[in-house]
Design a protein. Structure first.
Length: 345
């Protein structure tokens, strides 16, 4: 039988030690290579995204801290000191009105309710200006329990697109001359008000307003002066109603007003009479061919319809208010009339 001497044992131990060292070196080299590869991959990814003009953010969910790229800081006017001093400051930069929906979108993604995180919101820049961003992100690491621990993403500046979108929406829903809601927006608000009135068993009123003597001003002084008269009149209409009411321009010299909540018919009559008194006052304009215009006069004929007495839908309320307005014009102008069934004869 072969026996092991002390020399053999020492040799074996030394051999195992060398093997372990070599194994450690091999695994460590692989670990370093993987780390370098990951870092290189991240740097390449970050470089590609920043090259596209996006600001990159990297959120450590465990410690609730965030790192941001140079492009991110540049987009919103922040510097390294700002970020280093306030690791979670990025959350406070989100506009307060957008923070709840953004938080919901992130939580829905982290909990698996949605497959993607994409959200549009406003960012408050260092100089307190506002920028719109498209925020996108994805989970890049989870712990052994599959709980997300790290999320990275980008912010794309979409301010110009949002401004154009708002401008187009404004053109679609507001009168460009008087900056009042147009026929489309008035119709939408009336439908909403009717739904509420029906549900809560409330009353509402529609006022249809046509200006008297406006055609004469247009013919005598031209459309530019006529436009200024319309603008001045629209301001007077607004001054006669509450903030919750809607003053709209239907076109030409026709306006409508929605009083979404009233307690009595008399409430609408009081508003209409207030408008009659306000509109008839002389209008003073800057000049006409270098001659001051201080004595321009228009008046208003106003028709009133009340829900539910005079109609239970948008179309009938508008028709009856228009009919009452023509009755006011026929009776001498510069007055208001509330609809009654005798006008149908």
């Amino acid at each position: 039988m072969q026996t092991f001497t002390d020399t053999h044992i020492v040799g074996i131990s030394l051999g195992l030690s060398v093997a372990l060292v070599l194994l450690f070196v091999v695994f460590y080299a692989r670990y370093v290579a993987n780390v370098k590869k990951q870092m290189a991959s991240e740097e390449l990814w970050r470089f590609a995204l920043e090259g596209a003009g996006d600001g990159v953010w990297d959120w450590d969910l465990v410690n609730d801290t965030a790192r941001t790229s140079d492009r991110y800081k540049e987009m919103f006017g922040f510097n390294n000191e700002d970020s280093e001093a306030n690791q979670d400051l990025w959350r406070n930069r989100i506009h307060p009105e957008d923070l709840p929906s953004m938080t919901t979108a992130v939580n829905n993604y982290l909990t698996g309710k949605t497959e993607k995180y994409i959200h549009e919101h406003r960012i408050i820049c260092k100089d307190q200006s506002i920028k719109w961003v498209l925020s996108r992100g994805m989970i890049v690491h989870r712990d052994r329990y599959e709980k997300p621990t790290r999320m990275v993403g980008t912010h794309t500046d979409i301010t110009d697109r949002k401004l154009l979108q708002n401008k187009l929406e404004n053109l679609a829903h507001f009168d460009s001359l008087c900056n009042l809601p147009n026929r489309t927006l008035f119709s939408d608000r009336l439908k909403l008000a009717l739904a509420y009135a029906k549900r809560e068993k409330k009353m509402l009123a529609v006022l249809f307003i046509d200006l008297d003597q406006f055609k004469e001003i247009n013919d005598l002084y031209g459309h530019e002066t006529g436009d200024m008269v319309l603008q001045a009149t629209s301001l007077r209409l607004i001054s006669c109603v509450r903030g919750s009411d809607t003053v709209a321009r239907m076109g030409g010299d026709e306006f409508t007003i929605l009083l979404p909540i009233i307690d009595h018919e008399q409430d609408a009559i009081l508003v209409a009479n207030k408008i009659v008194e306000a509109v008839v006052k002389p209008i003073q304009l800057e000049n006409f061919k270098d001659i001051p215009l201080t004595n321009l006069h228009v008046s208003s004929s106003i028709g009133i319809s009340i829900y539910p007495q005079h109609g239970k839908d948008e179309k009938l309320l508008m028709i009856n208010a228009d009919m009452a307005m023509y009755q006011a014009k026929h009776n001498g102008k510069n007055q208001s009339k509330i609809f009654n069934s005798s006008m149908l004869n």
